[in-house]
Structures are given as C-alpha cells and as structure tokens.
Design a protein around this ligand. Structure first.
Ligand SMILES: Nc1nc2c(c(=O)[nH]1)N[C@H]1C(S)=C(S)[C@@H](COP(=O)(O)OP(=O)(O)OC[C@H]3O[C@@H](n4cnc5c(=O)[nH]c(N)nc54)[C@H](O)[C@@H]3O)O[C@H]1N2
Ligand SMILES: Nc1nc2c(c(=O)[nH]1)N[C@H]1C(S)=C(S)[C@@H](COP(=O)(O)OP(=O)(O)OC[C@H]3O[C@@H](n4cnc5c(=O)[nH]c(N)nc54)[C@H](O)[C@@H]3O)O[C@H]1N2
Ligand code: SF4
Ligand SMILES: [Mo]
Length: 748
C-alpha cells in the first residue's frame, strides 16, 4: 500500500565492528575473580580487563549485571550481579545474549533524514547537528500552528524518561507506552478497583514462600521474568502445588500438579466457579474477609448458580477438577497466589477477568501474607531540580468522549486514533516522537497505524535497529545500546528497595548516542535550557545519589545499592486499610457500578472460530523478547524462527505435517507476509493454534530476522477493546492454513 509518507528501506551503511558469536550461552553465575573466559571463540582476546555495572534492557525486569570487557574495549560477557535481589547473580538467556545487540552490524549507525530524490522518497545520512536542528524546528512549527499538545510521545524502556521530560517541558502531556493498553493495563485497573492499588513491576507476588501458585495464562518459564522463574523453580523443588490454566501445555503446565486445558476465552467462568466453591463450601478466610472486604453478601448471591457443573459446559473442564483445585488453594491459604498475570489484553473483558482474580485472592486472605502478596518498598529518589512543567491545555483524555472512564494511564491506541483527523477527534495530534517501541508490531490493527502515519506532519523515531517503525520516520536518530550509555538509575520496589546503575562499558559504536543527550540537545534548540541544566547525565545521577547519602563513585564500584526496609514486609495485624472508596477490598466495585459496568464480573460468551478456522493465541519464548531480539545472532542461535503449533487432529483434517511451511490467513482475509513452519503437537487444544510473538520481520535491513517465521500482529485485525480502560484484546482472531502464497506485497 502506498502512503503519503512512503515506507522507506534504510540501506545498510558501512560495515564495522567485530561480531563475536557467544555459543554456547549458559545460565551462568558471576565470574568474579576469574581472569579468562574459556568459552569464547579462539582468536578473541579472552582476558578480562575491567567490569562495568549495568542493568539489563532486554526486557523490563531490569536485572542488574556486570559487563566484562578486555583491553581492546571489546565486550566479552554480561553476567548477573550477585547482590541484586531481582536476579540473584543470574541473568536469563536473553540477558546473557544481550551483547548481540551491541555487536549487530545491522544497527542504525548515523542520523537519517527523509528526502525526495527524482520523485522517490529515501533516507540520506545526516550529521547530528542537522538532524537535531530539524527535529527542533519541526517541533517549533507544530507548537506555533497547533500548540505543543499536538506533539505526542510513544515510548517503552529507559529512553522514555528523557523524552517524557522533554515533551513535558515543551508543553505536552500526550505521552504513552504499549505497557498499559497492550499489556498490564486491564490487570492494573482490575486490582486498583478492588484493592486500591495494583501489583506493580516486579509484581509483589511472594512466590518464594508460597505453597500453591495458580497461573492463568501466565506462562512463567517461557515468560522469563527472572525472579519469578527462579522463585517458582525453587518452590517446585520444595513441593509447591502448581495449578496452570492454559489451552496449551506450557512449560509451567508441564511442571504442574494440575493442568486445566481450558477452552480459550472462558476463564471468567472458571474463576466464578472457583469463587462459588470457596464460598459455598465455607473455604474462604472468614476473619480476613469479614474485617477487610465489602460486598461479600452480594458476591455470594451473584455466584450462587455459577457451579462447577455450569462452568463445565463453558470451559470444558471437569467439575471434579474445578472442585479439587479450589480446595487445594483453600488448604494452602493464605500462602497461595492466584497470579494476576502481566500481558492480559486478551478478550476485551480483561479488567473484569482481573477483578475476578483479585476477588478470588481476597477470599483466600493472602494480601500482606507470607506466600501471598507482600508489601514492596521503594526508596524515594529526588529528581534533579528544574522549573515546573507548563500546564498542557489538553491531552488524550479530552478525546475519549465518555469512553474508557477507568483508564489510569494513557492509551496508545487513543493517541494513534487522535492522529487521524475526524469529527470524533476534538484535538488532533500532528507529530510523534517514537522511542523504544516498534509500533507496527506492538499495536494491533495496523490499518489504524498506517492511516495515522499518512496524516501526521512529522515523525521522529529513536531506535537502535532499523525496525519496522523506522521506515515511517522523517528523521531517524540512532541510539547506542544499553551497554554503551548512562541511563536513569534503576529504583526498584521489591522485598527490599534497591538502586542500580547502568554505565557505558565501552564508547558508543558508529555515530550512535544516548537518549539523554538527544533529549538535552533538542531541548536546548527549543530554548528549554533550564530543564537541562547539567553538562552530562553523570552529573544528574551523582546529584541524586548524594541526596540519599551515596554517590556515583560508590555505584560505579558496587553496581547496586541495597537500602534495607523501613516497614514490615507482611501485614502485622488482621485489619488492613485500602485506598478504595470504601477503604476495604471491594468484592463489589462501586467504581465499576458508577461507571455503568458490571460491579461483580459476569461471564459473557465470545465468538467461536468459524469452520476451517482456529483461534490464534500467542506467547513468549525464553530466548526472545517481543520483536526486539529477532535479529540478535546470539539468540537466533538458540531459536531462529517461530512455528505454528497445531493439534494432531487439526493437522489430519488440514492435511499438514510437522516441518511443512504454511501461510496463515485470518478471518478478515489478511495473509501472513511469510510462511511459517508447522509443529504438530498434542500440547495444544484442537480449537486453537499458537505462535511465539515477535517474528516475521519485513525489513530486509534486518539481515538475520527478515522473513523468518510469521508475525502475530499482522494477523490481529479484530481488536476487542475493553470498555472500562481501552485495553486492546488481541485473541479474537481466527486463522486458516494456506498452502500457496496468494501474492502479497511485503510491507511492515
Ligand atoms: N522470554 C520472554 N519473557 C517475557 C517477555 C518476552 O518478550 N520474552 N515479555 C515480558 C512481558 S512485557 C510480559 S507482559 C509478559 C507476558 O507473559 P504472561 O503474562 O505470562 O503472558 P500471557 O498473556 O499470559 O500469555 C501467554 C500464555 O497464555 C496462554 N493463553 C492463550 N489464550 C488463553 C486463554 O484464553 N486462557 C488462558 N488461561 N490462557 C491462554 C498461551 O497459551 C500462553 O501460554 O512476559 C514477560 N516476559
Ligand atoms: N501481537 C502481539 N502484540 C503485542 C504483544 C504480543 O504478545 N503479541 N505483547 C504486548 C506487550 S505485553 C508489550 S509490553 C508490548 C511491547 O512492545 P515493544 O516494547 O514496542 O516491543 P518490541 O517489538 O520489542 O519493540 C521494541 C523496539 O525498541 C527498540 N529498542 C531496543 N532497545 C532500545 C534502546 O535501547 N533504545 C531505543 N531507543 N530503542 C530500543 C527495538 O529495536 C524495537 O524497535 O507489545 C505488545 N504487543
Ligand atoms: S529477565 Fe532476562 S532479559 Fe529481562 S532484564 Fe532480566 S536478564 Fe534481562
Ligand atoms: Mo508486556
């Protein structure tokens, strides 16, 4: 499809740098004291010269680690910091393989500016000064024509901090990230409207000390959030009862005492049946419920007919299995966790499912209990002084027109929609800064993204790689990787407060630069000097650390600062207080009722796949993170592409075999750009097919990822939006198998 803003391929610029293959990668402990790394390829200078503290950027768990370099300034390895409670000295395979990002020769190397030559749009290399001056002048232009609010920021990851500061100083509050509406938003809204607070990141789940862990879709073990994986595996060794609800035999399901292979999209029925059993059989924590909740009688009446027999007809799960698992939870209570999940934007009623999870937990009395949900603690770290931000005159909320009243964070899809002028859009967004998020892969319904890209006056993209998003930019700014830069301090809330430092282990490769520098340079060109009143980011970090009695020098040496708790980890008495309208855990949510939503969750039927179609579900692989690692040679060695999991019954009907390549076509006629390998397995239900998200890249500049596997996002054209908070439910798409390519032009 042609757009006004043509999608441009970034030509691979001059090669440079040495690619160091690091096979085999291991789940390693710290190497302190050793001087030689033995598993590096012959020819590499293997002697450790120095180590530098970092925290990992391959996902958002932010494990603290050490980067080892040799005397040639080559990065040899990244290993976990033993002092870090988020990793206990061990990184996951992605964290260990993260240095593949640094060595990737496909990296963005210089700033690029979109130009038209002989009627054709293309990028040309530019100096930093030219690129940054252009960005500032286009931002000035938008400000004078439409006001500063017409600039929006899409961010994910560390660079977001700096561009958020820039945008707020400039006068806009249209700042957003996919981590809300595409990820944990429905969970947060569900918990906020039950407990008055959500479960945070890292989650406050006391997996270490739990006796029973219930995973509903959460596929810990494939979802590699480090502390959770470590604690779950230790707890299994200590006799944990693991109950996994998943239409697929996930890694966790395979280690579970009970696997409940639920029919997709029916989890609310299961949850309500569990609540029914726990109430009817008197298995709930009576004292806790009496002292800390409101709405119990209404809940009891509500679930009266929601028996396991009722749920059986919906979920296909045996009533006896539902009863037995409810009892297991109750027996372990309060050392039991029904995991709130993380990526929960599934079916558009996800905040209701999250409420059902929250209510079930409340009946088990585990809030503030050892082995349930602990109280995390975080240090308050003062911000570097600057003037107050100017007040923005409007933001994304002004375009809601009564929709999504319970959204507690900004909604990416609303800002994209606000970039397409229409009668429904009161205030139009005209320019975007995009940093650290590959929007065409992260946000479903790509047609909306493409329309916005056509309408916008200006797009600047900050990335490390020539990902799909960069092809829509007017200016591309190459960020150096996390191994080559300072970033904001990691200030984590967990069982104990910790602060971790990320510093460069080596100078940035090519012409790449850190985000803090780009934001400051743009800010200064916009006349916002007083918001960037420092020479470099070391100065900011040092100032912040000195406010809490430490210093940059101390963190450069130790990497991490453990601050010790000031408040108890668990509840001390039977009665707790909650930041809800009633001050109690709201089994019946007055906020949901006031906004016109079901105050207690109700199961509603979702559409089923038509004949010849199967529900597309997706998830993670231990060695990859979304679309960002698909070109990382260390991780490609471990998993080069995704496959489509197909039940043997389906394979027989469709006449497909393991290893065969097929195209996928969804209910709206959208065909995958590339074929994907079939994996026939009993580990998936017959009504669904499964793929790992993040593959099927359509940029040739990603020389290792291009055309490998299929993209889940391009097949997600039906979005079921959560009316409470705008989350984009992505699991209502159905695919059929196509053996022949029907001739589709490859786009990103
Ligand atoms: N290795 C790795 N780890 C990661 C990430 C990564 O990219 N790579 N990303 C991190 C991030 S940001 C997030 S948000 C988390 C996401 O990780 P989770 O929150 O654990 O992800 P889920 O959405 O629960 O999704 C996947 C599981 O849901 C199952 N499923 C699909 N449909 C249904 C259904 O209707 N009902 C039930 N009960 N199960 C269903 C799938 O079979 C699959 O096993 O992972 C984090 N950890
Ligand atoms: N179909 C489908 N869509 C999903 C999901 C899914 O499972 N399936 N998961 C959802 C979830 S849970 C989440 S959290 C989101 C994640 O959404 P995103 O975070 O947008 O995920 P990625 O696709 O990894 O895109 C990350 C981008 O950041 C760039 N990048 C990496 N490191 C840096 C850096 O240091 N600096 C800068 N400036 N850029 C960097 C990468 O090159 C890439 O372009 O996706 C959501 N969307
Ligand atoms: S869990 Fe893995 S990828 Fe995520 S921050 Fe930790 S080491 Fe990095
Ligand atoms: Mo996420």
């Amino acid at each position: 499809m042609k757009t006004r803003r043509d999608f441009i391929k970034i030509s691979t610029l001059a090669a440079g740098g040495v690619a160091v293959g690091l096979a085999p990668l291991k789940y390693l402990r710290g190497l302190e004291g050793k001087k030689i790394l033995t598993d590096l390829p012959v020819g590499t200078n293997r002697e450790i010269y120095q180590r530098f503290p970092t925290y990992c950027e391959v996902c958002f768990w932010k494990c603290a680690g050490w980067v080892y370099t040799n005397s040639d300034n080559q990065i040899l390895k990244v290993l976990g910091n033993e002092e870090d409670p988020l990793c206990n000295g061990r990184l996951c395979p992605r964290g260990t393989g993260g240095i593949g990002m640094y060595y990737d020769n496909d990296r963005l190397k210089t700033p690029l500016i979109r130009v038209t030559r002989n009627g054709k749009q293309e990028y040309r290399e530019a100096s930093w000064d030219e690129a940054l001056t252009l960005v500032a002048s286009r931002m000035k232009d938008i400000k004078s024509k439409y006001g500063p609010e017409a600039m929006a920021l899409f961010n994910h990851g560390s660079s977001g901090k700096f561009f958020s500061h820039l945008l707020k100083a400039y006068g806009s509050d249209n700042i957003t990230a996919p981590s809300f509406a595409q990820c944990r938003g429905p969970r947060d809204v569900g918990f906020e409207n039950t407990y008055g607070v959500s479960v945070g990141s890292p989650e406050v789940t006391d997996i270490r000390d739990t006796r029973c862990l219930v995973l509903i879709g959460s596929h810990i073990g494939e979802n590699m959030h480090n502390t959770q994986v470590q604690e779950m595996s230790d707890a299994i060794d200590k006799g944990l009862t693991l109950i996994t609800v998943d239409p697929r035999l996930s890694t966790a399901a395979a280690k579970s005492k009970y696997w409940l292979p639920i029919k997709p999209a029916t989890d609310i029925a299961l949850l309500m049946a569990w609540i029914h059993v726990i109430i009817e059989d008197g298995l709930y924590q009576k004292d806790f419920v009496e002292k800390n909740t409101i709405g119990f009688d209404k809940l009891k009446a509500h679930v009266q007919l929601m028996t396991p027999e009722w749920a059986y007809g919906i979920t296909t799960l045996e009533p006896s299995l539902i009863r037995r698992t409810a009892r297991e939870m109750a027996e372990a209570a309060p050392a039991v966790i029904v995991h709130p999940g993380r990526h929960v934007a599934w079916y558009g009623d996800d905040s209701q499912r999250a409420r059902a999870v929250a209510i079930l937990n409340a009946l088990l009395g585990n809030w503030g209990a050892r082995g349930g949900f602990f109280f995390s603690e975080k240090t308050s770290l003062p911000e570097f002084p600057c003037p107050p931000y100017p007040a923005a005159k409007w933001n994304w909320r002004n375009n809601l027109n009564g929709r999504y009243p319970l959204a507690s964070e900004s909604i990416t899809n609303v800002i994209i929609e606000s970039s397409i002028p229409s009668a429904a859009v009161t205030h139009t967004v005209k320019g975007w800064i995009v940093s650290g998020t590959n929007l065409p892969e992260a946000i479903p319904d790509k047609s909306m993204f493409l329309k916005a890209a056509q309408e916008l006056e200006f797009i600047v993209v900050v990335d490390t790689m020539p990902m799909e998003i960069t092809g829509y930019a007017d200016v591309v700014l190459p960020e150096c990787t996390y191994l080559e830069r300072y970033d904001e301090l990691r200030n984590s809330a967990f069982r104990e407060p910790t602060i971790a430092l990320r510093m460069p282990a080596t100078p940035p490769k090519f012409e790449s630069k850190p985000a803090w520098w780009m934001a400051k340079e743009i800010g200064e060109r916009l006349g916002l000097h007083e918001y960037f009143n420092y020479k470099n980011y070391e100065e900011v970090i040092d100032w912040q650390l000195k406010q809490i009695g430490s210093s940059l020098a101390e963190l450069q040496k130790n990497g991490i600062l453990r601050l010790g708790r000031t408040k108890p980890l668990y509840a001390e008495g039977p009665e707790l207080s909650f930041n809800t309208p009633s001050g109690k855990i709201e089994l019946y949510s007055s906020a949901f009722a006031d906004a016109g939503f079901d105050p207690i969750p109700v199961f509603k039927q979702h559409p089923e796949p038509p004949e010849g179609y199967y529900r597309l579900i997706y998830g993670r692989a231990p060695m990859h993170t979304f679309s960002r690692t698909a070109n990382n040679s260390n991780l490609i060695d471990l998993m080069p592409e995704n496959a489509i999991w197909v039940n043997p019954r389906v394979a027989a009907i469709e006449g497909i075999k393991t290893g065969e390549m097929v195209y996928l076509k969804n209910q709206d006629g959208v065909m995958s750009s590339f074929p994907v390998k079939v994996r026939v397995t009993e580990r998936i239900r017959w009504d669904s097919v499964y793929m790992v998200h993040g593959f099927g890249h359509s940029r040739k500049e990603l020389s290792k990822a291009f055309g490998r596997g299929a993209s889940t996002t391009e097949l997600i054209t039906n979005v079921m939006t959560d009316p409470t908070m705008g989350g984009t439910g992505m699991r209502g798409n159905f695919i059929s198998f196509q053996k022949v390519n029907q001739g589709k032009e490859v786009e990103s």
